[in-house]
Design a binder for this molecule. Sequence first.
Ligand SMILES: CC(C)(COP(=O)(O)OP(=O)(O)OC[C@H]1O[C@@H](n2cnc3c(N)ncnc32)[C@H](O)[C@@H]1OP(=O)(O)O)[C@@H](O)C(=O)NCCC(=O)NCCS
Length: 170
Amino acid sequence: MYFKVRAATKEDCKEVSRMIMELAVYEKMPDQVKISHEELEHDGFCQNPFFECLVAEVPEEHKSNEGFTVVGYALYFYTYSTWKGRAVYLEDLYVMPEFRGKTCVAVLLAKLKKCKQCVRLQLSVLNWNTPTRDFYAAKGAQDLTVSEGWHFIRFDGQNLDNLANEAPKD
Ligand SMILES: CC(C)(COP(=O)(O)OP(=O)(O)OC[C@H]1O[C@@H](n2cnc3c(N)ncnc32)[C@H](O)[C@@H]1OP(=O)(O)O)[C@@H](O)C(=O)NCCC(=O)NCCS
């Protein structure tokens, strides 16, 4: 194994930010990325961090064609199931194309599994991303949209502001 998986530090945020964009390009939504590495540095490394992150790193002699040594990441945070208890939500999982198929992702997921004795790991994946859907299915994940009919709901922008503005004033 020529890579190591370790907890990201503040100094890794530029590299994580680069891979967030690579993943967004893969997901065909690069315009949606508004976060800067400075925000990652703050939000991930403040007193009550909003997320945790693992990175996969290769030694200099195995660096990528473009010269990168941080070649994959898993960014996650904790949630809570009122039915099952402690849970972890995997926001992003990414390995650079030239480093795929080398068990890097297995190590990322194994380390993630040890997080705070969580009983559940949840994530979302795009409908058309069948290689990754097949990958999760092969690892034993259930597709909850198929099996239980859950929808993934989001408020943001003006609709989120409206929620606060529409509330009766105290
Ligand atoms: C998803 C991703 C992180 C997986 O990393 P990877 O390095 O390609 O994974 P590996 O090739 O090492 O595969 C790990 C295991 O899954 C299996 N697998 C991989 N792709 C598979 C597929 N399409 N169907 C079934 N099994 C698959 C491998 O055989 C391997 O099995 P093993 O652990 O028993 O040896 C990587 O492909 C990636 O970054 N994809 C693009 C980004 C993405 O879709 N991220 C997830 C967003 S939700």
